[in-house]
Design a protein around this ligand. Structure first.
Ligand SMILES: [Ca+2]
Ligand SMILES: [Ca+2]
Ligand SMILES: [Ca+2]
Length: 308
């Protein structure tokens, strides 16, 4: 009987694996064409479904961050949306964070901080392509080497912006003026009952936009609750080196017409049904766990067979 029971479990796991395999790609969403006013009021985003980033599957670990330092979705979680108009990209990020802390760490990314990663040609590969053979990728910043961008935004009344590693994201060396001047950039911030929201828009220099264009996108939000950075949550749930490689970024397609929540991709999120749709890599993570389970069960099955 035991053997039959285990065989049944193995079969169930295999069915689960094939279902998960259909969702093995990174997450994707649409950026509808819509002009957005960057004023901290999100009414102009109505009808665009948010991508939900909630739950421990989205945590990235390393650099002193461990699972225990994240309590729950009230400690840190978020949802985000994207849009485009002309040559500008827009992002709205609503963050739940129980303690919004004034930036006080040495680097922007060690503070409460929004990070946007852009693979503007959706080419994957290294985000910084070293031309001079140096070992330390970030020892200098050559604009010709930037295959993609890592942007940081600090949640404060006049958000400081960091564009690249010219000054290694040192807190005291923001690039906000360059963001305004060269990127036609603007960032708005507002406190909310559960945390804060940020609404940002910019034109990536030299990158024209058009309907149908696909961007690689990764979003991260860092959390400092007063004792330094404790957590970062990634949209894709990657556990990889997202600041170095664009291989696992999600896919954002610029579309001409807004779509309803059910059609628009994203996480398939709407208020009544937050668990539908393809969750991309998170499903793959679960699939990996199931493979381990399956191998474990197989071994157990073999053990039992040889014992009989
Ligand atoms: Ca607005
Ligand atoms: Ca927090
Ligand atoms: Ca915080």
């Amino acid at each position: 009987m035991k053997t039959k029971f285990n065989l049944l479990r193995v079969l169930c796991l295999l069915v689960g694996l094939s279902a998960a395999a259909e969702c093995a790609e990174p997450p994707s969403c649409d950026f509808p064409r819509r002009n957005i006013k960057l004023d901290g009021d999100l009414n102009d985003w109505a009808g665009i479904p948010p991508n939900l980033v909630q739950g421990k599957e989205h945590l990235w670990f390393g650099q002193g961050m461990t699972p225990e330092k994240w309590t729950n979705n009230a400690d840190l979680s978020y949802q985000w949306r994207g849009a485009w108009f002309g040559d500008r990209l827009f992002f709205a990020v609503e963050v739940a964070d129980d303690h919004l802390v004034e930036p006080g760490q040495a680097s922007s990314f060690l503070c409460d901080c929004l990070e946007i990663y852009l693979d503007y040609n959706h080419q994957g590969g290294a985000r910084v392509k070293v031309l001079d053979g140096r070992a330390d990728v970030f020892a200098r910043c050559d604009p010709r080497e930037l295959m993609g961008y890592e942007l940081h935004f600090l949640p404060e009344n006049r958000p400081r912006v960091y564009l690249d590693h010219s000054d290694k994201y040192a807190l005291g060396k923001p690039q906000t003026n360059r963001f305004k001047r060269d990127w036609a950039g603007k960032a708005a911030f507002r406190k909310t009952p559960k945390g804060y929201l940020m609404e940002v828009g910019f034109s990536v220099p030299g990158v024209p936009l058009a309907a149908g264009k696909i961007l690689g996108v990764e979003i991260g939000v860092c959390d400092d609750d007063g004792k330094g950075r404790e957590s970062i949550m990634m949209w894709t749930g990657t556990k990889g080196d997202f600041w170095l490689t664009m291989e696992e970024y999600g896919k954002a397609t610029l579309t001409d017409t807004p779509k309803s929540g059910a059609e628009a991709g994203g996480n398939g999120y709407n208020a009544k049904n937050s668990s539908t749709g393809c969750r991309g890599r998170l499903e793959r993570g679960r699939a990996a766990a199931k493979i381990d389970d399956w191998m474990f069960l197989s071994r157990r099955h073999e053990d039992q067979a040889s014992a009989q």
